[in-house]
Design a protein around this ligand. Structure first.
Ligand code: BTN
Length: 256
């Protein structure tokens, strides 16, 4: 059955041959009132945006840049930080379904194979004439060879022996897994305890490990990642105390 069209939740999926950043493009469309369920894909992304002011570029047709527009009007702002985490669940499911490559999630939302990064997620809030929206961006390394990787700690589906590296199959798979997760979360007004928290923790390789957490002031917090709480924060046990850290409060988490 078609993913986009009459009777489907997705409104459009537009493929750009070449662009700077699909997140920036979709944010522009959102400000022009593009509806929820609009998606953008690029064959070649030259100036992609990553978390913490990093970039996300890849050579033509070797990576996948997908941005999806949502308008979670019924979800209180305090719960929007779940969006990147639920997207991590969707990417994990899509990669398993389409390729048989086993991934895990590094809190908050890196998608890893072993210790190497396969995919990244960047969710950006955008103010639009009809209210706040979020651009959900997924970058996936598809057919990059070892010597094309931006950093040696990255990996790609080709390197991991994926069953397919067909980019249109991967886009469809990502959109298919994202839709029900997002809609269930939005319908529950952002309450992640409705199954999502467990589903996230099951896939998360950070929980249960000793971690060094690098904080914006330059200090490091060493402890054991014990849990993820209902606000999506990482709970770290340090000596006898517990600290709950939100993604925005953390520069980097390094498992030991
Ligand atoms: C990270 O730093 O881990 C997040 C990377 C997110 C990259 C994706 S690619 C599609 C979308 N468009 C962008 O400019 N960035 C995101």
């Amino acid at each position: 059955s078609a993913l986009v069209g009459p009777g489907t939740w997705w409104r459009s999926v537009t493929v750009l041959q070449d662009t700077t950043s699909t997140n920036a493009d979709l944010a522009d469309r959102a400000r022009d009132d593009a509806p929820e369920g609009s998606a953008l894909v690029a064959d070649h992304q030259r100036g992609g945006r990553g978390r913490l002011d990093r970039g996300w570029e890849f050579p033509p047709r070797s990576g996948l840049a997908l941005s999806m527009l949502v308008r979670p009007d019924a979800v209180p702002a305090a719960r929007w930080p779940w969006l990147p985490l639920l997207t991590g669940i969707a990417v994990h499911e899509a990669v398993t379904d389409a390729t048989d490559v086993e991934t895990s999630l590094k809190w908050p939302n890196d998608v890893l194979v072993g210790e190497r990064k396969l995919a990244g997620i960047l969710v950006e809030r955008v103010e639009t004439p009809t209210g706040p929206a979020a651009v959900v961006g997924v970058g996936l390394n598809v057919s990059l060879a070892e010597d094309e990787l931006p950093v040696p700690t990255a990996t790609s589906l080709a390197i991991e022996g994926a069953r397919t590296t067909d980019r249109s199959v991967l886009v469809r798979s990502l959109m298919r897994t994202f839709e029900p997760l997002y809609r269930a979360w939005a319908a529950a007004e952002g309450d992640p305890t409705a199954g999502m928290l467990d589903s996230y923790v099951r896939r998360c390789s950070t929980v249960g490990r000793s971690v060094d957490v690098h904080l914006p002031d330059g200090s490091t917090l060493s402890g054991v990642a014990e849990a993820v709480d209902s606000d999506g924060r990482l709970v770290v046990g340090v000596g006898g105390t517990r600290r709950a850290l939100s993604a925005g409060d953390v520069v980097h988490v390094r498992p030991q």
